[in-house]
Write a protein that binds this ligand. Sequence first.
Ligand SMILES: C[S@@+](CC[C@H](N)C(=O)[O-])C[C@H]1O[C@@H](n2cnc3c(N)ncnc32)[C@H](O)[C@@H]1O
Length: 177
Amino acid sequence: MKELLKFTPWKNTDTLVSLGCGSGWWEINCVIHQPAGQLILVDQDFQILKSEEVGESIVYFENTVHAKNKTAILIKNEDVSSLTLESEMADWILIFNALHEFNQISLVLKEAFRILKKGGQLFIEEEVSISAPLLHEGCGKKLFFTEELINLLVTSGFEMVDKKQKDAKAIYLLFKK
Ligand SMILES: C[S@@+](CC[C@H](N)C(=O)[O-])C[C@H]1O[C@@H](n2cnc3c(N)ncnc32)[C@H](O)[C@@H]1O
């Protein structure tokens, strides 16, 4: 958590949008530790991303971290390849462990580029293939090689800012618009 928040130093006035966030559990943990102005959680699955559970996660982390939530948290059940969010509204876009699962990655990156402010940042956490192509244990989809992922982002218009090995399987990548 400490390493991640050092890598993503958003301000307490920033708007964060997390794409393919699942239940938003991890993002809620992050903003309790490091508040933002607003956190918009986006996942198409109504069974996974629901307001009651988001409310319960907020209470859980407030109690475990001993800090009050100061971030406005909104949820959107929609397809990340066709977002209803306005252009240039986000200071940060977060994609935790979800990019390999999106069916139309180039459309998702086009949408991410559209909603990000000029100078805004895109953070990606992904498990990657190392020497041979690997499949994700959870969904069975192909995992990118790091260079393949970086090329994809750069050809979508993003500028690479930073890269960090998270652990034996996953990397953190940071890009700027
Ligand atoms: C591997 S899960 C990751 C969830 C969460 N970010 C995490 O790290 O635990 C990928 C998520 O992406 C969501 N997803 C996949 N395709 C999507 C799409 N086109 N639009 C919105 N959400 C999508 C799935 O519903 C799922 O919750």
